[in-house]
Design a protein around this ligand. Sequence first.
Ligand SMILES: [Mg+2]
Length: 111
Amino acid sequence: MSKTVENKPIDRLEHYQQMSDDAAPSGVAVYRAAVEKWGVYDQIDMAIEECAELIVALKHCKRGRCGGVEVAEEIADVEIMLEQLRVVFGDAAVDTVKQRKIERLRELVEG
Ligand SMILES: [Mg+2]
């Protein structure tokens, strides 16, 4: 994704202004509230940190130093931060790219 994001209040982002709570999937309100409370750049930093924690947990799991519970916790953290990144960068852009990549994966899997 080549789009950059400014560290301005979330309610000044164009796609944010176009979002309605009615159209938003369940749970989105809390993700939006988190971005509003802590700001775009802090939540991007948090997403980076959570991704790093998942990487560490996966490496530890491979070495037998932790179990599935610890990995599950880090997966949940990353998923929560990914939802907030969707708020920041825009749901529609992610969905469009994701659908294309899923189709590509399907082709690879099914040969
Ligand atoms: Mg974590």
